[in-house]
Design a protein around this ligand. Sequence first.
Ligand code: CO
Ligand code: ZN
Length: 327
Amino acid sequence: MELLKRLTQVSAPSGNEEGIRALIADELSAYVDEIKTDALGNLIVRKKGNGKKLMLAAHTDEIGIMATFIEDSGFVRFAGIGGVNVHNAIGARVRFLNGTVGVVYYEEKKSAKDAKISDLYIDIGAENAQAAGALVGIGDAAVFMGGFEQTENAVISKALDDRVGCYVLIQALKAAKGCPNDVYAVFTAQEELGLRGATVSAYGVDPDMGIAIDVTDTGDTPGSELMSVKLGGGAAIKVRDSRLLAHKKVRELLIRLAQEKGIPYQLEVLQRGGTDAGAISLTRSGVPCGVVSIPTRYVHSPSEMASMGDISACIRLLCAVIETRID
Ligand code: CO
Ligand code: ZN
């Protein structure tokens, strides 16, 4: 889990994926045939084979915030980068790319319950606008801080969305024996801003099949919405989310491989949210797509939680996909 820890702790809000890209390229260079970066910041890793083109996608970016305005008092106003939840943000710490740390809080005269992002501010400990301006500029990006912890069965960190997907993809590429397909593993940029990296990289790769690896919600916490996915229940094979109806061919391939290899799995219907597979599926004249999801609690909070058993099930399933000739 040392590699997963390192992946989660890199700061890479959407559009600032350089650091995480370098770490992944370094980790995979001995195992693959080609590594390149495209104009939007997708890291495209190719493992050559003489079969069909299989695109595997995990996003490298994480949600964050961007400074929009500095008050005379030195407090910093901000906008979300991706789906920032107001309640998760209050009391959280953020770290700007230059290292400046701040606390997010709300205007106490208003109620925290009704607060919008525009009612929040970041306190970087500066006493006035000039001091603040020396530390943070308009347009500067920051990520939420959330250290990596391990319990007996689970890991907790910021940015498991989607560094755990990157981890699964890296480990599956390393473990795969043989490569009957022409594999393009794309570590995508700007997913949290609307699947932008996947949109352009899928156009470039022009794959015959696409599989995204990303986190999904669970329905197993007190008072959570009804959903059949649970932590520890195995790799989640997506049936549907807001951006994708998983292609039957891909869904059935994933289920068959899980059954053949004895890998625990569960079926996933996600009511809100999407993944890179949504964008890949609508590329050119359409691409059959599916998703291997890592069940994750508290997605888009600084303390996301996933099960080590589920992570290993996802690695084994993805490895089986890489080793199987697709048609
Ligand atoms: Co996300
Ligand atoms: Zn994600």
